[in-house]
Write a protein that binds this ligand. Structure first.
Ligand code: BGC
Length: 417
């Protein structure tokens, strides 16, 4: 990792020079997977922020929720010696790139802007490697959410389910009424996202940590894990026939249109509701997956600045600084569905689900109930994550019964370790 010469004054001077046109502003090339309607609306907030500072934007979108395809493109670009300036990254992927020496050092921007004091410790674990800042956190998402169409719930006399049993009763009512109970997109990362909440609801926080962070074989192969797979089978029985391969935002659209009752998805789904002009509490409701109301399985988007063969550039430093500014953190996350990556941003501009997301995050961080999402690369490195994906997906698609799935899970994780 290289050190940087940018101090607060140098960043300010570089920005002033760029804005005044005294220096040739370089574009930043940004590789990301924010391609749905809601995601694109949020991305625009960032583009416009940079453009207002005289920094141009070269867009490098790689569609595919969860970012697997984006990471494949990134690997090819880095191997070809042509890394993008800034790249959306998650959890352990960031640590891997830092350890490979690919990331520019953001220590000076971080120090001059006091990131240490305002970025939650749970995020710093993935933004700092060996004590050096290597990425700029944009937000905090979490995966153990359920999104529901309010009119569909009201028409069918369904209250927000507080337990798994209530949830199953609600699914039965919807099926009876001819509404698709659960909108789902059959892609491995989406099944894993559902599994985050489902497994947490059965294993509890300690069990979830033992299974996915400590990779404890007894828990991975235990009865509670089998029960989690049984619940996944119930969910599978409540999706429509065309779920296979569907993108997550099209599943969200089914809930928005009242074609389906519920979707289990991270809070980026809220961005789709907002983008469709829907209002929480009126058109849709958000709640934590039943049995996980005190817990938060988080994933934080960050921007890694790829080393361009020298010190961190003025544009990279400006991008990092813009991302962490409190006003941007509010403006962006209001649209994205996530919550700020700083602890000192007011919840005033956020809607009811956003306020709940912020309060849940703060409470979970204080009580120790905040844990990294397995599905989104915050529990273990990509090799292990992918091994878990394979088993969860194979079970969802009927290749394994629950008993076989737990055995396969133990094997797959032990091979990937
Ligand atoms: C990212 C979100 C994104 C979602 C779907 C997640 O991995 O953290 O920002 O909206 O994937 O694309």
């Amino acid at each position: 990792m290289r050190s940087t010469f940018f101090t607060k004054h140098a960043v300010a001077a570089a920005l002033a020079a760029l804005t005044a046109g005294a220096a040739q502003a370089e574009d930043v090339e940004v590789l990301h997977w924010w391609t749905s309607g809601g995601e694109a609306a949020a991305l625009n907030v960032l583009k416009e922020d940079l453009e207002s500072q005289g920094i141009g934007w070269t867009d490098m979108p790689v569609a595919g929720g969860g970012g697997e395809q984006a990471m494949t493109v990134l690997r090819a670009r880095v191997t070809a010696g042509n890394a993008p300036t800034a790249v959306q990254g998650l959890g352990f992927d960031i640590i891997d790139w830092a350890k490979q020496g690919s990331l520019a050092n953001l220590n000076d921007v971080a120090a001059s802007e006091g990131w240490n004091d305002v970025i939650p410790a749970a995020l710093q674990q993935f933004a700092k490697v060996g004590g050096e800042w290597v990425s700029a956190p944009v937000n905090v998402h979490s995966t153990n959410w359920v999104w529901a169409n309010k009119a569909v719930l009201d028409d069918n006399d369904i209250e927000i389910p507080a337990s798994w049993e209530d949830f199953v009763a609600a699914l039965d009512k919807l099926k009876e009424a001819g509404v698709t109970p659960i909108a789902h997109g059959g892609q491995a990362w989406q099944e894993a996202t559902v599994f985050d909440g489902v497994s947490m609801s059965v294993l509890g926080l300690d069990g979830y940590k033992s299974a996915f962070i400590d990779l404890n074989e007894d828990v991975l192969g235990g009865d509670a894990m089998k029960e989690a797979f049984d619940r996944m089978a119930v969910i599978r029985a409540n999706v429509d026939d065309n779920f296979s391969g569907r993108d997550w935002n099209l599943a969200t659209a089914m809930v928005i249109n009242g074609e389906a009752g519920f979707q289990m998805m991270g809070d980026w789904a809220k961005g789709e509701f907002l983008n469709a002009g829907k209002v929480p509490g009126e058109d849709f409701v958000c709640f934590r997956f039943p049995g996980t109301s005190d817990q938060v399985t988080f994933n934080a988007d960050q921007f890694m600045m790829f080393d361009q063969g020298g010190e961190v550039s003025a544009e990279q430093a400006a991008l990092a600084s813009a991302i962490l500014s409190p006003s941007f953190q509010s403006a962006f996350n209001v649209v994205k569905g996530s919550v700020p990556a700083r602890t000192d941003v007011s919840d005033e501009a956020f809607d009811a689900c956003g306020k709940k997301g912020m309060a849940d995050l703060a409470a979970a961080a204080a009580s120790g109930n905040l844990v990294g999402s397995m599905a989104h690369g915050h529990a273990n490195p990509a090799g292990i994550k992918n091994a878990i994906y394979d088993v969860v997906t194979a079970h969802f698609n009927g290749e394994y019964d629950s008993e076989t799935a737990v055995m396969e899970l133990v094997d797959a994780v032990s091979i990937a370790k």
